[in-house]
Design a protein around this ligand. Sequence first.
Ligand code: SF4
Ligand code: F3S
Length: 387
Amino acid sequence: MGKKNSGAQTRNLEDGPALCEILEQRGISRRDFMAFCTAMSAALALPATFAPRIAQALDQVARPTLVWLEFQDCAGNTEALLRASNPTVAELILDVLSIDYHETLMAAAGHQSEEVLAKVVKEQKGKYIAVVEGSIPLKDDGVYCCIGGKSAVDIAREVCGNALATVTVGSCAAFGGIPAASPNPTGAVGVSDAVPGATVINLPGCPLNPDNLTATVVHYLTFGKLPATDSLGRPLFAYGKRIHDACERRSHFDAGQYVEQWGDFAHRKGHCLYKMGCKGPETFNNCPTQRFNEKTSWPVGSGHGCVGCSEPLFWNTMTPFYRRLPNVPGFGIETTANKIGAGLAVATAAAFAAHGVISALRPGEDSQEERREETDAEDRNRPDNQD
Ligand code: SF4
Ligand code: F3S
């Protein structure tokens, strides 16, 4: 089989129809396909001008074989992949990948399914992509998760150790997740710790955003190599920025406007959730821009703070979820929300004074509190809030 570039395989006649032909058969127009390629450029943090290159690559490369393993997990990432009632182009892209083995979805069972997996590992060594969902228990020789008489760790070492690359989906497969939360009774770890030496791309999240899986595969098919990652193996295109730096509530954080209680005036107005425990300042993910459920919303957009689900061992390090972070990077090690608010009030005052609108100055912390209560009362007394 010929090479497209350093990694992805060019499509030969025996590989069947091209992706664009498959999509056309499924009622996806060329226009929709190009819109998908443009969306993938954005997901990969590339200029829109890369869309034709992505389209060309997807037209030419062979479908890579993909095997999906599930270990200690809730199947939430599989659910995320299958979530939409109307299949999107992105889902079809994954659908038309050759997913030869997926324990939750495949029709085959028992020995038949084990044979499928063994065949891929043997016949496509170094060419297939392994996707892993769920953590891998190492304690007591891995007896706490066995499939077909084999421990998860033995399966992972065989399948991931012989793959072109392994993509972990969700925080359990990436870092151990909930099964690894203290006291971690099964000795659960992520794939990198269970299979030292394997090439692993981590897509943590609880669950992951399936767009990031699609974009990772599209990156490989387009450029013939895996995307650049941070020190935790997370692709920079998706995990290169803090939630806090792209959050739509950030202007309220900067202005010192915080939600103090669930349902208060500030909450209803979409102010910052930092004091309600939001972990956005310490979490790296593209949730504010990629969003979920066909881009309708994301946790902070829905009114709940980020719980830091894409960070290592977040069940240990980010709890209690509703207690605010003691320090915020970028504002000095001892800086708290109140000090930030006070400091920003001074800066804001100077800015307003310079523009001759000092009367618009934000009140101090106490009077701000009083004003918020007054505004809450006013809000409650509005006619549209009366029974
Ligand atoms: Fe957004 Fe949370 Fe940062 Fe506030 S603390 S700006 S809600 S990410
Ligand atoms: Fe997780 Fe925070 Fe995104 S909780 S889904 S990383 S907004």
